[in-house]
Design a protein around this ligand. Sequence first.
Ligand SMILES: Cc1ncc(COP(=O)(O)O)c(C=O)c1O
Length: 388
Amino acid sequence: MALKKETNIFERNKISVPAFKPWISSEDKKSIMNTLKKTMLTLGPNIETFEENFAKFTGSKYAIAVSSCTAALHISALALGIGKGDEVIMPDLTFIADANAIMATGAKPRIVDIDSNYSISLDSIKQNITKKTKAIIPVHIYGKATNMKELVEFANSKDLMIIEDCAHALDTFYNKKHVGNYGLVGCFSFYPTKNITTAEGGMIITNTKRIAEQLKSLRNHGMDKSLSSRYNDKRPWIFDVKTPGLNYRLDEIRSALGISQLKRIHKITSLRKKAAKYYTNNLKVNGIITPKILNDKSHSYHLYTIRVTKDYGISRNKLFEIFKKHGIRTTVYWQPLHKFSAYKNFALKKHIQNSLKIYDEILSLPLYPNIPTSHQNIVIDCIKKHQS
Ligand SMILES: Cc1ncc(COP(=O)(O)O)c(C=O)c1O
């Protein structure tokens, strides 16, 4: 029996101000069409070029392209030897992929609180460490760098590994070093809303050769030889699998799109920052807390998330409804992990008090590189008009 067809929600509803629009340039389209003319549609030259360019941009030694950030998180944890009997600490306010990827290894997530910057709380990590803790996943949420100095110092003192979730944080730097280089691995997403997109896709960066080699094998069924080396050898079907892997490859078409998008990352970030600055300069409204505009590279403004506090007069949910009525698409990133049935037993309520409070107040406004100022003005006017 066929499953029910999903209607395109973006076209069905009347939206006058969309939350985002992917930016696919004519150069992007050309690079996709050129790839479609080639024989090698997967594991060809594009994935290698994308990896080389990404490693260069982030200043890391190795980059391994995969089919999503979820896949990146999953095989990163596998490559670090995380599995049954282990615990991995992660913040309550993050996307479900972090918890799902850890569960898929057989390990268990341990959900902790966030601080007032929405980053993982070091105090809460300290309260939740057990003998089973193997790693910590800091999330550079909304594009803002987590305080990696104190986190790395702490992790080193306890012999814990760090897997950085950089899904939002391409072009985000912490102390002049691109995020993702502080942990053993850094995982990026190229989902359509992200800072660059390949429709679906992800990348892992690492500075450790052994981990890079293991990741390349894990994303390709666990094979110990690359496609080209197999065909350069006498018998291409002869290869070994020491550790079983998966098919998490990024194909040549998506890699071509990634190469093309990465070329304009500086432009993308500067347009995002300009739009974020416009909101912050024009949203001086009692009870609305706006993100600070930082004049360094520690925030790439992937999302523009405000807090709707009591002083505003109406609740976050009410403001969301008003936006919806006016055709303005906003949303909450995200329901905290402990709210999901699968994860309700992985957090202690007393340890996630900030997350609980902040969750009721956050709302992400429309933001993307080419957002028209007229759309931002509609959002700003709506917030100002409905204050009570
Ligand atoms: C913080 C965070 N981590 C991981 C992911 C998973 O990324 P992907 O959709 O590429 O698997 C997302 C996706 O939205 C995310 O926001």
